[in-house]
Design a protein around this ligand. Sequence first.
Ligand SMILES: C[S@@+](CC[C@H](N)C(=O)[O-])C[C@H]1O[C@@H](n2cnc3c(N)ncnc32)[C@H](O)[C@@H]1O
Length: 399
Amino acid sequence: MSTNNLVSLAAAVRQALATPQSLVASSPEEQKARLDLIDLVPELNATLIGDVEHLRELAWSAIHVLPVAAINRWGLAKLVPLDKDISYLELAKETGVSESVLRRTLRHAMTGRLFCERDGKVAHSPTSRLLVENENLAAFVDLHTESTLKSIAHTMDALQKWPNSSNPKETGYSIAIGKPGETSLYEDLAKDPIRTVNFGRAMQFFSSGEGYGVETLVDGYPWAKLGNGTVVDVGGANGFASAAISRAFPNLKFIVQDIRMVEDTKVDYPGTNIEWMVHDYFTPQPVVGADVYLYRFVFHNVYDEKAIDTLRAAVPALKPGAKILINDEILPEPGKVRWRDERAIRALDAIMLACMSGRERVESDWEALFKKADERYKFLGATPVPGSRLWLIEAEWTG
Ligand SMILES: C[S@@+](CC[C@H](N)C(=O)[O-])C[C@H]1O[C@@H](n2cnc3c(N)ncnc32)[C@H](O)[C@@H]1O
């Protein structure tokens, strides 16, 4: 690239950023350009800094989570007023952290658009405000800066200690909390009502993101054909997916199951038809004769033996024609989907490995899984859903 190109490119980018409204996509063509740019910008950055620098940044990239973890752990978002600034000294007194550590941490955070400094004092940025204004996003940040981050830090040790383990207790998480091999992330979360509720909120937030929206599940499956049938939402957390489907198809009845429920898990979704039930999906399914057993983002939590156990545990409840409907990601062939999509899908696959010995699957894995679980499952297919990273994977019980 000539110097001229560089100069004009920098000027064009600067101008675009000065008028962010010019970057909002309002036509399909603009949306395609937006997605192209999202992929091109990291590529451009890596090209501009060069391979050596790129690798150096990659190797220590985890350090940039540290200020986010600190903001979460010390509750800084709520301690900084939304409408005015606060001195580092006052903030330090509120948190019990030294002023020096607080300043270093927050100035690092500011390089990631969290908070800003005005006249030597700390104020919110548009990004940090979200931690106060969006409790589901705050729960997502808490889950990942506490549980996921700890698991990641110990995953190499776990893989060395238990190579190829499919046991959810043999993870970086159990090592991180000082109980190697003794407990799984879900068992540990289930002990604490606050973390249980937060987990549900974090999942709800996750499913509001681009590519993960629950509306694609609502629109992508022929729910109307079920009439006034029953849907069991297995591992349904706080039931947000059932609530979304129920609002669109009010004749359906939903039963949301999860391994643990506290009063706050059972969100009251006005105008929906939802019942709640504590159920461990490795044990026989107690709701007999439902039309659809929905497992959204559940199978990636478990490795194949446990996935087969889960499919077998459903069998005693299934009537002929009942459907198992799985809404999960499919691992793409390398380089075959947009870079950002592949990066996100592989990141989630890595989180499943680090936190619970789970895995994402390729398209052909699903048919094999059903076949191994029980020959009476008839695999109906795995279908991509437009606009979603999650596919619909379906099998029918032939009885
Ligand atoms: C990744 S979350 C998915 C939640 C929700 N279905 C969604 O779409 O976001 C997995 C859920 O499975 C639940 N879970 C984990 N182990 C379980 C078990 N053995 N039996 C029932 N639910 C379980 C977790 O508590 C969690 O709510």
